[in-house]
Design a protein around this ligand. Structure first.
Ligand code: HEC
Ligand code: HEC
Length: 220
């Protein structure tokens, strides 16, 4: 190769690299903003790496089972709705504008770029709530509370949880579990449909969820 060809090749290569990097430079700016917002508003409870904070009870966000089912919509809805029973504030658009909420979601996702969330439908899960209650008491109440008010596990009567989570999200949380936490995976079965139907009857109004949480605190 003569020198002219090499220079041309080099120039083209630089141009290509430049074009490839431009969008990712932009993306990394957004990622940085997402990280900043996350540090300011979320890290005190969820940990800077999403793996939690010692002594603070909040779901682990940097979790394979979670990231596999949490769409950006779920993440941004969680930011808006908060978890009144679990002390997570609901962030309004003044505190976290929509665009910034998306950057936070991107930042959360950047912990595990190998994971693309499953496309979950909004199809309702149909089940028998009365049967589900019996199964819930047997399998879940020890960790999530007799009345779904929470314990070792998250409060499943939380108004914010019910507002953010689709039936399919709840279903998959149960059948896929949250590896590395106390939440094991339960095999897909009609029992699980019944439990989801039961949990939907426990969607407490925010005030009621708070009372339940207080009652649980008092018992501890
Ligand atoms: C004051 C503590 C606190 C802060 C601040 C907080 N959270 Fe939470 N968050 C919680 C708790 C507690 C839960 C789980 C509810 C439970 O444990 O009962 C939760 C749950 C969640 C969930 C649902 C997880 C799941 O397993 O479905 C998401 C998503 C989430 N938080 C994201 C965020 C983001 C993003 C921010 C910042 C914008 C944030 N949280 C700020 C305490 C907090
Ligand atoms: C040994 C304790 C334990 C048992 C038993 C258990 N869970 Fe959990 N569950 C947890 C913990 C802990 C978490 C939160 C994990 C984390 O940090 O992300 C969780 C998370 C969940 C979530 C996600 C909640 C959210 O905020 O998004 C759902 C839904 C759930 N469990 C339902 C159930 C159901 C239904 C059963 C019974 C079939 C059950 N769990 C049994 C401990 C348990």
């Amino acid at each position: 190769m003569d020198i002219r060809k090499i220079t041309m090749f080099g120039g083209t290569a630089l141009l290509v690299v430049g074009l490839l990097l431009a969008p990712s430079w932009q993306a990394s700016g957004k990622l940085r903003q997402g990280h900043e917002m996350y540090k300011t508003h979320c890290a005190s409870c969820h940990g800077d790496d999403g793996k939690g904070v010692k002594g603070v009870k909040a779901a682990t966000l940097n979790n394979e089972g979670f990231l596999k089912i949490a769409s950006d919509e779920y993440l941004t809805a969680s930011i808006r709705n908060g978890r009144p029973a679990g002390a997570m504030p609901a962030f309004d658009k003044k505190t976290i504008p929509d665009e910034q909420a998306k950057y936070i979601a991107n930042y959360i996702r950047s912990w595990r770029p190998d994971i693309t969330p499953l496309p979950l439908t909004n199809d309702p899960v149909v089940g028998d709530a009365a049967k589900g209650e019996a199964q819930y008491k047997l399998l879940c109440a020890a960790c999530h509370g007799q009345n779904a008010e929470g314990g070792i596990g998250t409060a499943l009567n939380d108004a914010g949880f019910h507002a953010s989570a689709s039936d399919q999200f709840i279903m998959k949380s149960i059948t896929m579990g949250r590896p590395g936490t106390a939440m094991i995976a339960y095999p897909d079965s009609p029992d699980i449909n019944n439990i989801v139907a039961y949990l939907r009857t426990k969607a407490a109004a925010p005030a009621e969820a708070k009372e339940d949480a207080k009652a649980t605190e008092a018992k501890k």
